[in-house]
Design a protein around this ligand. Structure first.
Ligand SMILES: *Cc1c(COP(=O)(O)O)cnc(C)c1O
Length: 354
């Protein structure tokens, strides 16, 4: 690399750029980013098209959407914060809580964005390995808390491996976390969860844990990944601090309008989510039959623990017109997308069964 023209913070210069799921050609299925294979929900495109005031700045706090979500959660408006994707709120929370010498703790492997957000804040990422079946080792995570821990991320269902954290597991964990450490419950895939034992942000908030912030997104089940809108629910003081670190006006009016229209299409949303969850269960079952030890899959994706063969298997999927997400040396994540892709997925996976 040629020398940089100005001084860059060394930890930033060393940071790999965020790696996005590969794009797919028109003849391939894009199963690399856990997107929704369905079109936007009914009414959403029309609502966005009728919002033509684009010469005006958006409402900075997305007040209408906040009020709508606050009503759903039974909280005050100030207990909801909207971001340009929930990833941006994760970065805000890291900035607000953690600086040099501080630690951000999470399970690994998990969401690709987590390591970078600690580094950008100037803090240190501390990781605890997943259990062998791809879940969070909450016991070990509680044991990894130090007096420098400022933020803990719990990802459920865990992206990319699939298992949930149970309500009982979360309750036992939170009882061991000092009250002055932020715990972020990242529930990006919560709509797809069918396990009745699963933790739910609503229940955690109702229990009065003021140090827990629940993160949700419109990108996955709601199918608005391209518009960038997500939200957090939690203590107004924490969310106000997050807001202070954010880039003002980054949630567009189009995104807010689309999110509101999506909330109006609840019945259609639930029907689509049920289709994806059934398709996921069927796919996981077929992959297990083919010899793969697929972990519990509660999101809109399945995980092949491919180990050293991950990249090779990812390339074979691509050859077959299936763009998936291989993680070198670890495994392959396959999003649950179009029904037409399922047979081909199983065929490629079966040819590599361990
Ligand atoms: C996709 C995802 C998000 C949300 O992304 P946004 O599009 O920024 O809302 C957050 N957390 C996890 C674990 C994800 O997989």
């Amino acid at each position: 690399m040629s020398e940089l023209p100005v001084r860059i913070r060394p930890e930033i210069a060393a940071l790999p750029a965020y790696k996005q799921g590969k794009q797919a050609g028109s003849d391939a299925f894009k199963l690399s980013s856990n997107e929704n294979p369905f079109d936007p929900l009914p009414g959403v495109v029309a609502a966005v098209q009728s919002a033509t005031d684009i010469h005006r700045y958006p409402d900075a706090s997305a007040a209408l959407l906040r009020a709508r979500l606050a009503e759903r959660f039974g909280v005050i408006d100030d207990a909801v914060h909207i971001g340009a994707g929930s990833v941006s709120i994760l970065f805000q929370l890291a900035q607000a809580t953690s600086g040099p010498g501080d630690e951000v703790l999470f399970s690994w492997r998990s969401f690709e964005a987590y390591p970078g957000l600690a580094v950008v804040a100037g803090a240190t990422a501390v990781t605890v390995p997943n259990t062998v079946d791809g879940g969070h080792d909450l016991d070990a995570m509680a044991g990894a808390i130090t007096d420098r821990t400022r933020m803990i991320i719990v990802c459920t269902p865990n992206n990319p491996t699939g298992p949930i954290v149970t309500q009982a597991g979360f309750d036992a964990f939170i009882a061991r976390v000092p009250h002055n450490i932020l715990v972020v419950l990242d529930e990006a895939y919560t709509e797809f969860v069918t396990d009745p034992e699963s933790v739910h942000g609503e229940q955690v908030l109702a229990a009065g844990h003021r140090n827990v912030v629940v993160l949700r997104t419109f990108s996955k089940a709601y199918g608005l990944a391209g518009l960038r809108v997500g939200y957090a629910v939690g203590d107004p003081g924490i969310l106000s601090a997050a807001r202070s670190t954010g880039i003002p006006l980054s949630v567009t009016a189009a995104a807010e309008t689309a999110a509101l229209a999506s909330l109006d299409a609840e019945a259609e949303l639930l029907a689509r989510v049920a289709v994806i969850a059934e398709r996921r269960d069927a796919l996981a079952a077929r992959l297990r039959e083919a010899g793969w030890d697929v972990p519990v899959a509660q999101g809109n994706f399945v995980w092949l623990p491919a180990g050293a063969r991950a990249l090779e298997i990812g390339a074979a999927f691509e050859q077959a017109g299936l763009i998936v997400r291989p993680f070198a040396g670890d495994g392959v994540r396959i999003s649950v997308g179009e029904a037409e892709a399922l047979d081909a997925i199983v065929a490629v996976a079966a040819s590599f069964a361990p």
